[in-house]
Design a protein around this ligand. Structure first.
Ligand code: F6R
Length: 610
């Protein structure tokens, strides 16, 4: 959700913090702010709206400081206003805090502090923190933060500065990510490594319950429980600045759509043994007997990743012949789910920080279950909380609407399914070969496909003023229809719904009239004829049908209003390919409407609050 940057060192601090905020803006963009320690004062700047607004506000300010903190906000408590923006301070402006997360007991803490004479100005939960730390401050900022946090319930990643400590930042994390970046005579505390990749690649991933204290010349980490100093492993970030630049594309989303040939290749690279038609996944440490004994394979996720989970459920039952489920993490964590001895769970997450998914992992562990992660961000909380798993290797995804991470998730799920199916002998070797061959060919096929998409731009232009849209698909293409609808609604604000095509007549068909575009995935498979019947039902009610069909399909041409041909692939690989035109439709509709594709309203890239 929110993005945090803290810097201590000798460079131009204003520029470092603004650049960091711009890199983190995809995490939240309601408002932004920063605070610096200068001449025993806290200087504070806040601005409602995107980072660019804050940047122009401070353009002419000269700032001479060696410690500063900054924040880009996704509002939870209190509207996006200048006052509610972070950093927050106590009333005498001795301490400033930026915070990502939610303080659940902030009402009680606020009352306690008001009774002690503190004066509050914002509607946020965060504002209790600087007041609380001020209450405990007796010359040692780390101690004050530690004592204050002992009273706090909820989730936080925080950075704290004090007017009397010109080079010091204290950080702490519980439930929200915080990374320590180590430089030469400078150090950083950030919620996401993309904020610092231009300055350093050496990082320490703080864990829940860790505190960090940085100055330009030192960094120390402590356990919050006992205040003991601890040594933590310094890791190296493997990606670099090009990964977070637009590289000539108008938007990150389009760049990321075009990266898919490479990212899909990266997600299966080194994981296929071609001459044996097998898959190997180092992160899935299960003996063959354990795989054979599995009674249920369950996928848990949110949003786009949940769509990938449904693909997983269908595919596991199809190829592995094991019962499979797919569930929203937010539902799972608040039910009383039954975890069987021979259950296996997979959580699917791009960011690896989604609060509900993390809570689901905790619950599975409490119930004695085993859970693997299918995660994109290396070293993320989910990657560390799970018992193993598979990285999707899609690279950093900046566009808020997930694209390349989704197709990488589908690819990894396909690999897992083939691995299990081969282990259980539920598919023949020739079948595995056909799937693997199609997967290996997929990047090249997508590459060619992406070279000529003018027809998609025309279709986007034609339907851009629609108020509603339906997305229909069946079987493995049902989750792809859901994903198509989600892409359209989140970036173009057109109301869109995804359905299994046959469900249409149980309700949604009432919506169909000559203004309703229906995107129907109708590539050739075992239920193709059924989908054709569904298309006829729509046409009988004057709906507009845009079909995603197999190249060379002549029959369908006569039935539909617009046709998007996709190359033919293996049945279980085809849905990955079918995803691409739907991503492009959403992208071109939103950009034709002049919308901010990479930062759609109300959304944030990483949902670290429940
Ligand atoms: C939509 C989108 C979201 C995420 C969801 C889960 O384009 O990106 O629906 O898929 O918030 O996030 P992760 O995958 O990071 O757990």
């Amino acid at each position: 959700m929110c993005g945090i940057v803290g810097y201590t060192g000798g460079r131009n601090i204003k520029e470092i913090l603004i650049e960091g905020l711009k890199r983190l803006e995809y995490r939240g963009y309601d408002s932004a702010g920063m605070a610096f320690v200068e001449n025993q004062e806290i200087r504070l700047f806040k601005k409602k709206g995107k980072v660019i607004g804050l940047e122009s506000k401070i353009l002419k300010e000269t700032i001479v400081s060696r410690a500063g903190i900054a924040h880009t906000r996704w509002a939870t408590h209190g509207e996006p206003t200048d006052i509610n923006s972070h950093p927050h301070t106590d009333e005498s402006k001795t301490i400033a805090v930026v915070h990502n997360g939610i303080i659940e007991n902030y009402r009680e803490l606020k009352k306690y502090l008001i009774d002690k004479g503190h004066v509050f100005v914002s509607e946020t939960d965060t504002e209790v923190l600087p007041h609380l730390f001020e209450e405990f401050y007796q010359g040692d900022l780390r101690e004050a933060v530690w004592k204050g946090l002992k009273l706090v319930e909820g989730a936080y990643g925080i950075c704290v500065i004090h007017k009397d400590h010109p080079e010091l930042i204290v950080g702490a994390r519980k439930g929200s990510p915080l990374i320590l970046g180590i430089g030469e005579k400078e150090n950083f505390l950030v919620s996401d490594a993309s904020a610092i990749v231009s300055y350093t690649r050496n990082v320490v991933f703080l864990e829940d319950g860790d505190m960090a204290v940085i100055t330009p010349d030192s960094f120390k980490t402590y356990e919050m429980d006992n205040q003991n100093e601890i040594d933590k492993k310094i890791e190296e970030i493997s990606w670099d600045i090009e990964n977070i630049e637009k590289s000539g594309f108008d938007h990150f989303m389009l760049k990321e759509i075009y990266e898919q040939p490479a990212t899909i290749r990266d997600s299966f690279r080194g994981r296929i043994i071609l001459n044996e038609n097998k898959v190997k996944l180092g992160g899935i440490q299960l003996a063959a007997a354990e795989i054979r004994d599995l009674e249920r394979i369950n996928f848990i996720a949110c949003g786009t990743s949940w769509h990938a989970s449904i693909f997983g459920k269908y595919l596991i039952e199809n190829l592995v012949k094991t019962i499979s489920t797919s569930e929203y993490a937010s539902e799972f964590r608040y039910r009383e789910p039954v975890v069987l001895k021979n259950d296996l769970f997979f959580t699917v997450s791009q960011s690896g920080e989604t609060a509900d998914t993390l809570a689901a992992i905790k619950l599975i562990h409490e119930k004695g279950g085993k859970v693997f992660g299918i995660t994109n961000v290396v070293g993320s909380s989910i990657a560390r909380a799970t018992d193993g798993g598979v990285y999707t290797h899609a690279g950093i995804e900046v566009g808020v609407a997930s694209t390349k991470a989704f197709t990488a998730q589908l690819t990894v799920i396909l690999l897992i399914s083939v691995l299990f199916a081969r282990t259980k002998n539920t598919i023949r070797e020739e079948e595995a070969k056909a799937i693997i061959d199609a997967l290996v060919l997929l990047p090249e096929t997508i590459e060619k496909y992406l070279k000529n998409i003018n027809q998609i731009k025309d279709i986007a232009e034609k339907y851009k003023d629609s108020k509603h849209a339906l997305y229909l698909g069946r079987g493995l293409n049902f989750p792809i229809a859901l994903e198509g609808a989600l892409k359209l609604k989140e970036i173009s604000y057109i109301h869109a719904e995804g359905y299994p095509a046959a469900e249409m007549k149980h309700g949604p068909i009432a919506l169909i009239d000559d203004n309703m575009p229906c995107f129907v995935i109708a590539t050739k498979d075992s239920i193709y004829e059924k989908v054709i019947s569904n298309i006829k039902e729509i046409k009988a009610r004057k709906g507009k049908v845009i079909a995603i069909a197999s190249e060379g399909d002549r029959e369908i041409k006569e039935l539909v209003d617009d046709l998007i041909f996709v190359p033919v692939s293996h049945l279980v690989v085809q849905p990955i390919l079918n995803t691409i035109p739907l991503q492009l439709i959403a992208y071109y509709i939103a950009s034709a409407k002049g919308l901010d594709v990479d930062k759609p309203r109300n959304l944030a890239k990483s949902v670290t609050v429940e």
